[in-house]
Design a protein around this ligand. Sequence first.
Ligand SMILES: Nc1ncnc2c1ncn2[C@@H]1O[C@H](COP(=O)(O)OP(=O)(O)O)[C@@H](O)[C@H]1O
Ligand SMILES: [Mg+2]
Length: 255
Amino acid sequence: MTGITVLKIGGSIITDRSSHIPKALPDQINRIAEEIAGSYDNLILVHGAGSFGHIFAKQFRLTERFDTRGLIKTHCSVKKLNNMMINALSSAGVPGVPVHPFGNCLLENGRINEMFTSHIKVMLDQELVPVLHGDVVMDTVKGIDILSGDQIISYIADKLGADKIGVGSNTEGVLDDLGITIPAITPDTFDKIRMYITGSSNTDVTGGMLGKVQELVELADTVNIESWIFNAATPGNIRKFLEGISIGTHIRTDT
Ligand SMILES: Nc1ncnc2c1ncn2[C@@H]1O[C@H](COP(=O)(O)OP(=O)(O)O)[C@@H](O)[C@H]1O
Ligand SMILES: [Mg+2]
């Protein structure tokens, strides 16, 4: 059995982030499911919430205050997107199963405090593909907060001892000031590169590219798990990553 791979698909790829109502991109979802069908051994999938989450999170200001209606609306909305992903995977022959963070996770001031993952290990043993997603989650300090797919991948990769992480977003990788893909980032070089990286150009409550890179550099530094950030909108890239081909920006330790 190969080591665990964690793959995150950005909400910007599977939804229309410029829409003012939740809007899925079924062609992208189906294409991604077919690429995953090529190799999904020991794979944990995480997808962003995209317009299914960010619109309501912003409307109800869920990162600032508790709001019952906003909480329920957001969770139900992201579950719909998750269901589309599960259905597309199923049609492509991939046994994807839903794992909703709202039900198995607790935050403390926006950061994961506890997350039940024992069932995820059993799912992998049974050759299933757990599919998690960005979600609204109970928070011991704030009542509720938004948990990004980006935070889920680093937590779960660390806890389950993943081999590698892939982050499929909507740029070729992490770009420098000239728009050129930075081939590698290490904890040592991150400080110099940091000034080129900001949040998202879309409505985003979770940190955009900087949020991703921060999570992944820390993971490389602390537990030596490497990751790749690449463009998941380019057909074939997800397949390449799953087959072990290095694409986009490689985040790794200095050694
Ligand atoms: N240096 C950078 N390189 C690439 N993307 C960047 C950079 N700085 C900011 N970004 C923004 O981050 C976005 C990716 O984050 P985000 O929109 O949250 O995508 P996702 O849906 O994959 O989480 C890019 O589309 C871009 O607008
Ligand atoms: Mg994002």
